[in-house]
Design a protein around this ligand. Structure first.
Ligand SMILES: Nc1ncnc2c1ncn2[C@@H]1O[C@H](COP(=O)(O)OP(=O)(O)OP(=O)(O)O)[C@@H](O)[C@H]1O
Ligand SMILES: [Mg+2]
Length: 162
């Protein structure tokens, strides 16, 4: 059940948060999304919205120490990983990330290309692009969504479908 791509226009940072919030409200245990996109594209901004949609009060920020944060206090645990500084995919094994992403939580992985094998088979891929790089600090983005299985398909559908 690998889905067609859906295109979601995101005019500003608030709209990116709103998209994240919709995903946070619709998330069920085992929902995992890979957040793909250049530096500053808006992946963490999207993750902040997911945290809010789950009812997590603490702001989602990029992990400074370590590569993985787990945020509690919401409807479900949110695991937020940023693998940008991962030097070698084998390091991901030491993080236990693959195992943790099998658990009953919601997972978001920025820079998943650093260690693609940590993702469960069924996941959402959200690719963020900056429409006009000359005004990246306050310009529109486009999110492209695709899914690799039924859990992710339903997640996107319930958050953003019709
Ligand atoms: N349409 C938009 N969508 C998302 N963010 C936007 C938009 N317009 C402007 N921004 C701004 O762009 C910045 C995006 O930064 P963010 O940390 O979310 O990017 P990132 O993809 O996580 O980068 P990194 O790879 O460095 O972690 C924020 O300062 C945000 O306010
Ligand atoms: Mg980020």
């Amino acid at each position: 059940m690998s889905g067609e791509q859906e295109v979601w226009p995101v005019p500003d940072a608030a709209a990116m948060q709103a998209l994240g919030e919709a995903l946070g409200r619709a998330a069920r245990p085992g929902c995992v999304a890979a957040l793909v996109g250049d530096l500053g594209a808006g992946k963490t901004t999207l993750a902040q919205g997911v945290g809010r949609g789950l009812g997590i009060v603490a702001p989602v920020v990029s992990p400074t120490f370590g590569l993985v944060h787990e945020l509690e206090g919401g409807r479900l645990t949110l695991l937020h990983a940023d693998l940008y500084r991962l030097d070698d995919p084998s390091e991901a094994e030491g993080l236990g990330l693959e195992e943790r992403l099998e658990d009953e939580l919601v997972g978001l992985v920025e820079w998943p290309g650093r260690a693609p094998e940590v993702l469960p088979l069924d996941h959402l891929v959200l690719t963020v692009t900056i429409d006009d790089p000359s005004r990246a600090d306050a310009g529109p983005r486009t999110v492209r969504a695709r899914w690799t299985g039924p859990v992710a398909a339903r997640w996107w559908q319930e958050a953003c479908g019709g």
